[in-house]
Design a protein around this ligand. Structure first.
Ligand code: PAF
Length: 283
């Protein structure tokens, strides 16, 4: 596995891989790798003989708001590199903030409507930060496919819109959420949770499953399902629900009557840690 901090290092290596006809895959991450990230590398290789996997590790300052956990975000490059190497990642891109953002930089990418509401409501500027850094990474690597985790469902919707709007020649792929045996969705931020908080956090998935069950039993009122979801979390866990919503699966539009596939989305503070999770329900 090659490790580079430089855009030119990525371009040189990807150019060579392309010459030998390999399919270029990008897996953007902020590091603190866990099985959710590694599952994307495995998914990329499934049924493919000749893939060239580029993984980026960059804690992107632009997507953190004031008072968020940019400084505290877990960083352990040595451990991450070892995990990536074991997963047969070909190229690890670990740029500095200066390599990604020159001091003169003035350009950002905004995806207007999809960035509002849900996480966008409490994290203004977050999705512009994500879209900007991912647009840069896609331009640097120019992959055939790029993978993103389903846990950040709104992020994926924003990035898919961006790729379509900017006519980027890349296929964006959504990797299923990987969960702990308790149901807790894997996240780098789980490192902040105490043992007690982890037990509370596991109730988030229990709530999503229970709400999905209500839909399967015939509940069609999206507001009633959202309220059920919120109440379930509030009664089964010490958590503060930031939002619990039912949205259209495809475009994240609000729903009144559930007649098409939907996605249940939640953001919950367990102690000081903000966790998000979601579940797609096909009807
Ligand atoms: O999902 C993440 O880890 C980040 O938002 C991403 C896509 C790597 C952009 O910084």
């Amino acid at each position: 596995m090659i490790i580079t901090e430089y855009v030119e290092g990525v371009r040189d290596n990807v150019r060579k891989a392309r010459l030998s006809d390999r399919k270029i895959i990008l897996i953007p991450t902020m590091g603190a790798l866990h099985d959710g990230h590694l599952s994307m590398a495995r998914l990329a290789k499934e049924g493919e003989e000749d893939v060239y996997i580029v993984m980026s590790i960059f804690v992107n300052p632009l997507q953190f708001g004031a008072g968020e956990d940019f400084a505290a975000y877990p960083r352990d490059l040595h451990r991450d590199a070892e995990m990536a190497r074991r997963e047969d990642v070909d190229l690890l891109f670990v740029p500095s903030a200066e390599e990604m953002y020159s001091p003169d930089s003035q350009t950002t990418v905004q995806v207007a409507r999809l960035s509002q509401g849900l996480c966008g409501a409490s994290r203004p500027g977050h999705f512009a930060g994500v879209a900007t850094v991912v647009a840069k990474l896609l331009n640097i690597v120019q992959p055939d496919e790029a993978f993103f985790g389903q846990k950040d469902y709104q992020q994926f919707a924003v990035l898919r819109r961006m790729a379509e709007d900017l006519k980027l020649p890349v296929k964006l792929r959504l990797a299923p959420i990987v969960r702990e045996p308790s149901g807790l969705a894997l996240s780098s931020r789980n490192a902040y949770l105490s043992w007690e908080e982890k037990k509370d956090a596991a109730q988030i998935y229990a709530a999503l499953l229970a709400a999905a069950e209500r839909i399967r039993e015939g509940e069609r009122d999206a507001q009633a399902v959202a309220e059920f979801l919120r109440r379930f979390i509030e009664t089964h866990a010490h958590g503060r629900v930031e939002y619990a919503e039912v949205r259209q699966k495809n475009d994240l539009q609000p729903v009144e009557a559930i007649t098409k596939p939907v996605v249940l989305l939640v953001a919950v503070f367990v102690g000081r840690t903000r966790l998000i999770d979601n579940l797609i329900v096909e009807v």
